[in-house]
Design a protein around this ligand. Structure first.
Ligand code: PAF
Length: 293
């Protein structure tokens, strides 16, 4: 099913840049009618190696790869970083060309939310805890835009990163509950050499903050060590993470919990963190017991 690695000018010129829902729908409809499997990688741009891993997996498993780039205003709360969220469209498109992506769906805010579009989607329960509690209406924005992207692109499969574990679980539930027919594929977190999980928001970190940010993965490693030694008490595992995080003066912990990986309510094997360092709010997680490099 996967195309061979092409190369050369013809392959790199094939990226279609599409800004409207009718345009992307007719492109993917044509592919579907020709019996091709369509994959979607939803992004907000500022693409990094984490996104690349999703794109590469999509290319391996699908005949056609669509990448959406849309900084979704609905998922940012008042006072959050919507205005200054990194936007690097030209670099992103060059990367998509190099990856031989078939189509970039880059809608405007007006194309996605025309005046009068007031419908919102909620995935109850999972959207009320952890990220949902700290960022009220964030997940409503995510669920609404993801369903709209599914409806516009009508992919067979859609690819999300485990780094945003709660988002991935919420999207899996949405896809199933609303009979979208989309298979949600969750891909492993990509990390820097020192373990920091890749995120578009890492660009907010100063040099000093970048060093402090290592504490997230170190906290997960500490909990993992305790888990591998046999510790199962969620409070003690949580304590192991907090000890590491509290030793870092630049880190302000929003939460550090050990929860069930589907409901995100405890107890369970998933260690999840949200930590503010300077202007950046960083997330990470790890399924305890699995190897963590
Ligand atoms: O993870 C993201 O980049 C966004 O939340 C997503 C899934 C593209 C929806 O806007």
């Amino acid at each position: 099913m996967a195309r061979p690695e092409g190369g050369g000018a013809a392959a790199s010129e094939r990226l279609a840049l599409i800004g409207d829902v009718a345009g992307i729908r007719s492109a993917t409809e044509g592919w579907r009618c020709a019996g091709e499997r369509v994959g979607l990688v939803p992004t907000m741009g500022a693409l990094h190696a984490g996104h690349l891993s999703l794109i590469q997996r999509c290319r391996q498993e699908c005949d056609r790869t669509v990448v959406s780039i849309f900084v979704n205003p609905l998922q940012f709360g008042p006072g959050e970083d919507y205005e200054c969220y990194p936007r690097r469209l030209e670099d992103d498109l060059a990367l998509l060309r190099a990856q031989q992506v078939d189509a970039a769906f880059v809608p405007s805010v007006e194309a996605m939310y025309p005046p009068g579009a007031t419908t919102r989607v909620r995935v109850k329960g999972i959207d009320e805890v952890l990220e949902g509690r700290h960022r009220p209406s964030h997940f409503e924005g995510v669920a609404t835009v993801v369903l709209k992207l599914f409806n516009a692109v009508r992919p067979h499969r859609a690819y999300f990163g485990q780094k945003d574990a709660q988002q991935a679980a919420l999207v899996e539930r949405l896809a199933r509950d609303l009979d979208t027919g989309v298979e949600v594929v969750v891909c492993p977190t990509v990390r820097e050499a020192d373990g920091l999980a890749l995120s578009s928001r890492n660009v907010y970190l100063s040099e000093e903050e970048r060093i402090a940010a290592r504490r997230l993965v170190e906290a997960l490693r500490a909990a993992n060590r305790r888990y591998l030694e046999g510790e199962r008490d969620p409070e003690r595992l949580r304590g192991a993470m907090l000890t590491v995080l509290r030793a870092e003066p630049l880190a302000r912990v929003d939460y550090a919990e050990v929860v069930d990986e589907r409901t995100f309510q405890g107890p369970g094997p998933l260690a999840v963190l949200a930590v503010r360092i300077g202007e950046a709010r960083l997330l990470d997680n790890h399924r305890l017991g699995d190897p963590l490099p």
